[in-house]
Design a protein. Sequence first.
Length: 371
Amino acid sequence: MSLRQRPPAAAGSQYGANRSSQPPNPEEEAYNIIPIHNLIADHPSLRYPEVRAAAYALRAVGSLRKPPFGAWHEHMDLLDWLGLFFGFQSDNVRNQREHLVLHLANAQMRLQPPPDNIDTLDPGVLRRFRRKLLSNYSAWCSFLGRKSNVWIRDSAPDPRRELLYTGLYLLIWGESANLRFMPECISYIFHHMAMELNRILEDYIDENTGQPVLPSISGENAYLARVVKPIYETVHNEVERSKNGTAPHSAWRNYDDINEYFWSPRCFQKLKWPMDLGSNFFALSSKSKHVGKTGFVEQRSFWNLFRSFDRLWVMLILFLQAAIIVAWEGKEYPWQALESRYVQVRVLTVFFTWSALRLLQSLLDAGCNIA
């Protein structure tokens, strides 16, 4: 972002603050690549009809129930709607808006033949992008035997709903920091937030209040404070357990180990939603009792040098044994020594050595895999 694109800071404003009650001036709002907030601006990217089509598609808020957690302005779109309902940061909303528009515009530019109406976002482009983006989530639901919370039928396309699911996933991903290294954790978060989105879209009523249902996590910066921060602190505490890499690998969890927690249906019973901060999944201090490694536990030792390169070591040892047997005869050429029946029998003992080495490799596999 150039200095000319960045608006001057307002007096008394704080960095990272969420939306104010006053609507921002579209001509002064910051942007990264495309000034989507001002489609009438004289910017080269806005001359492409595909970019304008994607940006206009996001403005199809229509009759959606307005979020009660902030001021709603006419120029706001579906990502602003999601940001206000689920407590995403305004900068994240702005970044993911450009991110989504660029993806959709680039995909529509590659359509062959081009659509008849180039000023409208092609539904097929949006559907294919949503399926690709949520492919890991769909595979995760299938693996755990859970029904997907993406409520869209192929027989009844709903572009606005497609955009809402796609935008929700991008907003979750965009504000997840190091949680991005744990894709199944992202899927777990999206699964529950998509369910709450469905309840809003279907006009569910809260049984406790008798009012239209609201997300369990909402308010200013709620997603960062109540979802990302607790998991991030757990990752941070696991790094402290590693003692700067000197602790045994089996004594602390890395990203893969934490992500593996979400491979089992027990995460739904133990972690729940909103997340139960009293669950032993979260490590509030470096000495607290926490969930250990849930599956494979790697035991590191000097023997890993042999176990990891066992084929190379087996080849070198067998070749050394055969070479010593042949060289012991003192012949000028190896094939002269191999003419002796006695030498041939001794060379065949490499198969006994090979069996012993394979047994050693199996024992190392068992020893390194037992937690």
